[in-house]
Design a protein around this ligand. Structure first.
Ligand SMILES: N[C@@H](CCC(=O)N[C@@H](CS)C(=O)NCC(=O)O)C(=O)O
Length: 198
C-alpha cells in the first residue's frame, strides 16, 4: 500500500501488475526471478532491474522525485530522523507483525507459536508507544510536512488486529494516521489495495 501511495504522490507513469497470492502466482519461477523470496511488492526500474523491499522502494521513489517533498534531503539532520523512522517501521514493527501473524514460521517446537504470538503482542504495544510519544505535539514524524515515513507508518498501523485498542493507547498515531489517510494518494492506494486483496 505505501509504495502504491508514493507512486501516486510522485506522479510517475507506471503499470500496476497484480500478483494473485491466493493462486500462488508469487511463488512461480517467473515471479521469483524478480523477487527471490516470492514476496510482494517489486518495482521494476526503467532499465528493467527489479527492486524489492517496500521501504527501499518508497525511499527510492521519494528521493528520485524530490519535488514530492516526501523525503528530507540526504545529509540534512531531518534526514537522519526520517531514516530512523523508515527503518524502525520496516525493521522493528514490520517483523513483529510478521511474527505475530505467522508465529509458526518462527517456531521450532510445536507450542512455541502461541508464546511467540503472545510476546509479539506485548512488543507491539511497546514499539507503538515509542512512536506515539515521538508524535506528541507534532503533526508529522519529521518536521512540519508529511514524508514517506508518515505514509509507511500509516500502512503499518492498519495491520493491527485491534485498531480500537491501538487508537485508545496511541492517540497521536491515530491523529497523524488520520491526516495521512486523507491524502488522495493514500486513500486511492487503500481502495486499490482492498480491491486487489478482496
Ligand atoms: N520486507 C518485505 C515483506 C514483503 C511481504 O511480506 N509481503 C507480503 C504481502 S504484504 C507477501 O508477499 N506475502 C505473501 C506470502 O508471504 O506468501 C517488504 O517490505 O517488501
Amino acid at each position: 500500500m505505501a509504495p502504491m501511495a508514493v507512486l501516486d504522490e510522485v506522479d510517475v507513469e507506471t503499470e500496476l501488475i497484480g500478483v494473485d497470492a491466493d493462486r500462488g502466482e508469487h511463488r512461480t519461477a517467473d515471479y521469483r526471478h524478480i523477487h527471490p523470496l516470492g514476496l510482494i511488492p517489486t518495482l521494476r526500474l526503467p532499465d528493467g532491474r527489479p527492486v524489492f523491499e517496500s521501504a527501499a522502494i518508497v525511499m527510492f521513489l521519494a528521493d528520485r522525485f524530490p519535488a514530492s517533498g516526501l523525503a528530507p534531503a540526504t545529509g540534512e539532520a531531518d534526514r537522519a530522523l526520517y531514516n530512523q523512522w523508515m527503518f524502525y517501521f520496516a525493521d522493528t514493527l514490520y517483523p513483529t507483525y510478521n511474527r505475530y501473524y505467522h508465529p509458526h514460521q518462527f517456531s521450532v517446537e510445536e507450542g512455541d507459536a502461541d508464546r511467540i504470538r503472545e510476546r509479539c503482542g506485548e512488543l507491539l504495544v511497546e514499539q507503538w508507544k515509542i512512536v506515539d510519544d515521538a508524535l506528541q505535539g507534532g503533526n508529522y514524524l519529521v518536521g512540519d510536512a508529511c514524508t514517506a515515513a508518515d505514509i509507511y507508518m500509516h500502512m503499518v498501523s492498519t495491520w493491527d488486529k485491534d485498531p480500537r485498542a491501538l487508537a485508545a493507547r496511541c492517540p497521536n498515531i491515530t491523529r497523524v494516521a488520520a491526516t495521512v489517510a486523507r491524502r488522495p494518494s493514500v486513500s486511492h492506494a487503500m481502495s486499490k489495495h482492498e480491491r486487489l486483496t478482496a
